[in-house]
Design a protein around this ligand. Structure first.
Ligand SMILES: CC(C)(COP(=O)(O)OP(=O)(O)OC[C@H]1O[C@@H](n2cnc3c(N)ncnc32)[C@H](O)[C@@H]1OP(=O)(O)O)[C@@H](O)C(=O)NCCC(=O)NCCS
Length: 212
């Protein structure tokens, strides 16, 4: 395996490591959420060929940095960042599997990542996009100093394809935040921005000892 061109990051009880075979195998066994979060599911990593290709592409030189958040050798989250997006450091693929949710893994891994980016890859702002129905993610981003800069209708291929297949009952929770326009499904999204140095409230409860 080629040497990763960026370092492992440490902090808040986590190591943020470049993808490797072992971590990708663990991620292939993560719990899945299905619609409307199915695009995050990583079952394809169970296949050794797809896994090897994914690991290789995640480690190659380019604008993106792909990290796996690790606690005591266990993969508990993942996040990617595009360093060269015209809007700033663009964070994407923020994902904590159901079995590790609710322990501030998302907040801690984004905090570690953004502190590193502020020093090593400074840009005028951080940006990310979240579906308007994703209130759990909005709480995490708000705590980290992100604010909604813009709300708009968006075409997301994976959600649009699933919307043709799901039952009206499955569609119900997102009903208010989707629409069928010009022959295709659209989803309402929020574009979030954060200024470098904005305060972050990780809400770490001392008794649970998440800090290093
Ligand atoms: C959205 C997502 C990333 C959130 O992950 P998470 O690690 O549970 O999120 P957080 O870091 O905010 O966890 C904090 C939650 O744990 C609670 N918590 C429990 N123990 C805690 C501790 N020791 N310290 C701080 N918070 C703690 C917090 O109160 C908070 O509660 P909330 O869920 O009511 O906000 C995750 O649900 C996910 O991957 N979802 C599917 C993919 C997705 O939607 N990604 C985002 C795309 S924009």
């Amino acid at each position: 395996m080629a040497e990763a061109t960026y370092p492992q990051l440490e902090g808040e009880g986590l190591a943020l490591r470049p993808w490797d075979e072992d971590l990708a195998e663990q991620m292939g066994n993560w719990g899945v959420r299905g619609f409307p979060y199915h695009a995050f599911d990583l079952l394809h990593l169970k296949d050794p060929v797809k896994r090897a290709l994914t690991v290789e592409s995640c480690r190659e030189e380019g604008p993106h940095r792909h990290f796996v958040a690790v606690e005591d050798g266990v993969a508990v989250g993942r996040v990617s960042v595009n360093l060269r997006d015209p809007t700033g450091s663009y964070i994407w693929a923020v994902h904590v599997p159901p079995e590790h949710e609710g322990r501030a893994v998302c907040r801690r891994m984004l905090a570690v990542l953004m502190r590193w980016l502020e020093v090593e890859h400074p840009r005028p702002s951080f940006a990310l996009t979240a579906n308007a129905f994703n209130e759990h993610a909005h709480r995490a981003y708000g705590a980290l100093g992100f604010e909604v800069a813009e709300t708009r209708w968006n075409y997301d291929r994976e959600i649009a394809e699933a919307l043709w297949r799901v039952t009206p009952k499955q569609r119900e929770p997102v009903q208010r935040l989707i629409r069928f326009q010009n022959g295709r499904w659209q989803t309402k999204v929020h574009i979030f921005r954060r200024q470098p140095g904005a305060p972050m409230d990780l809400g770490i409860r001392e008794s649970e000892g998440a800090a290093t």
